[in-house]
Ligand binder design. Structure first.
Ligand code: CA
Ligand code: CA
Ligand code: CA
Length: 534
């Protein structure tokens, strides 16, 4: 990895790219002396080079792999060949070929099963962090795949301990039939005790043909709590965790883990105030974080609102508390229970203190799997744009200027399990939107989302659509647009628009609309991200 960093730094110098941190993807460009685009970094590991004839006409735009600073998968785009990077098959009747039908670059792999057989192409991965969450993704295209129930073409991941026993595995979204390139993806959390990960492209219990390309595993929004699983030997007494409690003999590592071997045990013989927490400075203002942990209790006795719980306190630069919360105090004897809260980090915040608590209580409380994780997708400025966050469609700052009677969460989803549904019994003006403040003026962004309509009736230009406006510091509107109004009855349709944020913009309002219209519209997968990032 160090070599890659050095190599990448050299690239940066050579090309003069404006990238300051390689672990975070940034789109970069390089222009020739006469202003022609010569090189564009498209992704953390993919670049496009342009070549021109002597009259300045574009001859070729060629994409190629550059470095792999993020992905744990080696040669995941198969541009270096079929086998390079340690790709191989477990013994079976696989027919795995290198192919030119690719999503990115020139190459992919093609798996052909004449009969319903069990073929795979995989590699073993190391260099991950147990307890960490990663995004595994890849692209698949299929031709005439028929399969046993729940089988087909999919991505597979298996976690193994040092003795090579499987701790857990996951099949990521088997598909069948004939499909154009389709993204498969899932968040995977590496179990404590994992020594190696085996990942694989599968055409499993299935006949037909499947192509795979762009298989990656990238770290997503890391857990900011150090040793939140209490598995590290130094965990009890390192300089991250600590206590304000007078009696720290009440605080122990214990071998009853929710996951892994260990947990934290707080034990008060009589009523006492015991805590074990840590301060996290690496938080982003205005962003949303999931704070969660698991607790198990035994004979916890406490007055109302006290007991075993999670706690956080947000502080400003002067150390003054901005806000705090006691999350779901537990009493009595209960098996492992998940406690959680989505927290918005206020503008004035400097740091957050998170803690386990056995507070104003006697008894025993075990804690494990403490997490503080940023909620949104990298690069995307919309929060909860897929309406999946666990506390519903209001999470992430969604709100409406219209009556909210017409707005609900729906199980009809394009992405994940939920969407937002706008339903006007008669002609009405309904919206559900959010305000964005973290953009760059002058930069081009893509606004996109998916809409499904049923019996939407509206005059010309009205209907179900995406909306945005730009406002200046005085709240005065600089510009707005209604993007691709839909009417009638139509299955999920993607609508999108590239916008350049005009000078003077202080905030952007992005909204779903069922406007001047009757009927029902579902919206899902709403995003607002730098246009050059894909
Ligand atoms: Ca490829
Ligand atoms: Ca643990
Ligand atoms: Ca969704």
């Amino acid at each position: 990895m160090d070599f890659m960093k050095i190599f990448a730094s050299t690239l940066l110098v050579v090309f003069g790219l404006l990238v300051s941190n390689l672990s975070v993807f940034a789109v970069s460009y390089q222009y020739s002396d006469n202003g022609q685009l010569e090189y564009m970094q498209l992704d953390s590991d993919l670049a496009r080079e342009y070549s021109y004839d002597k009259n300045g006409n574009l001859l070729q735009a060629k994409e190629h792999q550059t470095v792999y600073p993020g992905s744990l998968v080696r040669n995941g785009s198969f541009e270096d060949g079929k086998d390079e990077g340690g790709w191989t098959s477990w013994p079976g009747d696989s027919t795995v070929l290198l192919d030119n039908d690719s999503l990115r670059g020139d190459k992919s792999i093609k798996i052909v099963n004449k009969n319903k057989s069990y073929s795979n192409w995989g590699q073993t991965i190391t260099g991950f962090i147990p307890g960490q969450t990663y995004l595994m993704e890849g692209w698949v295209k299929t031709d005439n795949v028929t399969a046993l129930p729940n089988h087909g073409a999919f991505l597979y991941v298996s976690f193994k301990n040092a003795e090579n026993n499987e701790l857990a595995y996951k099949w990521i979204d088997p598909i069948t039939g004939t499909n154009p390139w389709k993204r498969l993806g899932a968040a995977i959390t590496v179990p404590e005790g994992t020594a190696s990960i085996y990942i694989s492209a599968m055409l499993y219990g299935a006949s037909g043909t499947a192509w795979f390309d762009e298989i990656k595993i990238n770290e997503v929004n890391p857990n900011l709590i150090f040793n939140g699983g209490f598995e590290k030997e130094s965990g009890r007494d390192d300089n991250h965790w600590g206590s304000w409690s007078p009696e720290t003999s009440n605080i122990k590592a214990d071998n009853a883990g929710h996951t892994g071997a260990n947990s934290l045990l707080l034990q008060n013989k009589d009523m006492a105030y015991t805590n074990w927490g840590q301060t996290i400075k690496d938080i982003k203002k205005g962003r949303y974080y999931l704070f969660e942990g698991w607790v198990k209790t035994e004979n916890v006795d406490a007055p109302e609102n006290y007991g075993a719980f999670l706690y956080y306190s947000i502080r400003d630069a002067a150390g003054k508390e901005v806000s705090n919360e006691w999350i779901q105090p537990q009493t009595g004897t209960r098996d492992w229970t998940r406690l959680s809260r989505i927290i918005k980090i206020p503008r004035e915040a400097k740091e957050i203190y998170i803690s386990t608590m056995l507070y104003g209580a006697s008894g025993k409380a075990w804690f494990d799997d403490m997490k503080l994780i940023e909620m949104n997708d990298k690069g995307d400025l919309i929060q909860n744009g897929s309406f999946e966050w666990e506390y519903g469609i209001k999470e992430g700052g969604w709100w409406s200027w219209s009556t909210t009677d017409n707005i609900s969460q729906s199980d009809l989803a394009r992405d994940g399990k939920k969407s937002v549904k706008l339903q006007n019994p008669g002609q009405a003006y309904t919206n559900w939107g959010q305000t964005i403040t973290d953009f760059k003026v002058g930069e081009k962004y893509t606004l996109e989302g998916w809409v499904k309509v049923e019996n939407v009736q509206a005059p010309p230009l009205y209907g179900a659509f995406l909306y945005y406006n730009f406002k200046d510091a005085n709240g005065k509107e600089i510009a707005n647009e209604w993007v691709e109004p839909q009417v009638g009855s139509k299955d999920w349709t993607k609508i999108s628009k590239d916008v350049i944020v005009p000078a003077g913009t202080k905030e952007i309002f992005v909204s779903t609309m069922l406007y001047g219209a009757s009927g029902t519209a579902w919206f899902d997968s709403i995003k607002f991200y730098p246009a050059s990032s894909r």
